[in-house]
Design a protein around this ligand. Structure first.
Ligand code: AMP
Ligand code: TRP
Length: 332
């Protein structure tokens, strides 16, 4: 039996190379050994204010980027969360099993809530919807970046709590699949290496999106912060900015961090950055070309309609089972 894989990405703006190296690139690798579901989690994006027309475009573009990054929609199921209503329905049932205290403790909630003028309930219950996404599909593995670790833990706690209550395995307890930092688990901001790279950051120089044109990529890499030592070596503690650039280099070229250190011995940051920018442009070029091909009218819509049908068929039995266990009437 193949393992089941599920992951989701929010359609909140253009995806960054952090999303790519931390998550999406691994999706494409996993699809040949596992039965994969990849979801554009649009309902999660609604936890913070969104402009409707922009959101609609972002949903389609995120799905296009999945496919441009190598996910084959005939092999993997690619779909949009809001088109499979079982996600919202299970989320409510799970909310009734979740403690407010455990949601308040989430670091992402605390960070995001601190930035908003008003904090919606959705921002608090966000991890429960994510648990519903995962638990509906009997998921074995969830490929995500390091920032999602805590949300995966709450998902596991909920599954275990419910299985214990009913004394049987209703939900499979999923495992996280998080790359180590040196392999892209946490790509840092180019302007502040203490923060993760994020598409919602205020300074656009802090991130590189998958659709940035070559000139812009070069500018952003050349203006990335470094340090005063002028030596290219990997040291997360002492040299976080240079270490982050080295990780990106290594992910683009396939060379180890040691090999990169040797290659640039005695070189200044200028030359290293220039070559890194060229490598990154070449890494993203095929993805950008594929993205534009997928922009023809109707193409992505058709893929997503088929994906939603397949996802609905996979998700509904689990929802019905849990409804019945809870004492709700069988679905007429
Ligand atoms: P999001 O854009 O928050 O929906 O994230 C989509 C996926 O990308 C999740 O698996 C995140 O953990 C991952 N991710 C987001 N930002 C980064 C980053 N800077 N480095 C590594 N992975 C990331
Ligand atoms: N919360 C995730 C993020 O911000 C996105 C997400 C929603 C997700 N549902 C998921 C990731 C299910 C993995 C599995 O990145």
């Amino acid at each position: 039996m193949k393992k089941r894989v599920f992951s989701g990405v929010q359609p909140s703006g253009s995806l960054t190379i952090g999303n790519y190296f931390g998550a999406i690139r691994n999706f494409a690798k996993l699809q040949h050994e596992a039965d994969c579901f990849f979801c554009v989690v649009d309902l999660h994006a609604l936890t913070v204010p969104q402009d409707p027309a922009t959101l609609r475009e972002n949903i389609k573009n995120t799905a296009r980027l999945f496919i441009a990054a190598g996910i084959d929609p005939r092999v993997s199921t690619v779909f949009v969360q809001s088109q499979v209503s079982a996600h919202s329905e299970l989320s409510w049932l799970l909310e009734c099993q979740t403690y407010i205290g455990e949601l308040r403790r989430m670091t992402q909630f605390k960070a995001k809530a601190g930035k908003q003028d008003v904090v919606t309930t959705g921002l608090l219950t966000y991890p429960v919807l994510m648990a519903a996404d995962i638990l509906l599909y009997n998921t074995d593995l969830v490929p995500v970046g390091e920032d999602q670790k805590q949300h995966l833990e709450i998902t596991r706690d909920l599954a275990i709590r419910i299985n214990n209550r009913f004394q049987e395995e209703i939900f499979k307890v999923p495992e996280p699949y998080i790359p180590p930092r040196q392999s892209g688990g946490r790509i840092m901001s180019l302007t502040d290496p203490g923060e993760k790279m994020s598409k919602s950051a205020e300074n656009p120089k802090s991130y590189i999106t998958l659709l940035d044109p070559p000139d812009l990529i070069k500018k952003k890499i050349m203006s990335a912060v470094t340090d005063s030592e002028a030596t290219i070596r990997y040291d997360e503690g002492q040299k976080p900015a240079v270490s982050n650039l080295m990780v990106i280099y290594s992910l683009c070229s396939g060379e180890s961090l040691e090999a990169i250190t040797q290659k640039y011995e005695g070189c200044g940051y200028g030359q290293f950055k220039k070559e890194l920018a060229e490598l990154l442009v070449e890494t993203l070029r095929p993805l950008q070309e594929k993205f534009h091909e997928l922009s023809a009218p109707g193409v992505i819509e058709e893929i997503l309609a088929d994906g939603a049908n397949r996802a609905r068929a996979a998700a509904e039995p689990k929802l019905r089972l849990f409804q019945e266990k809870l004492g709700l009437l069988p679905f007429a």
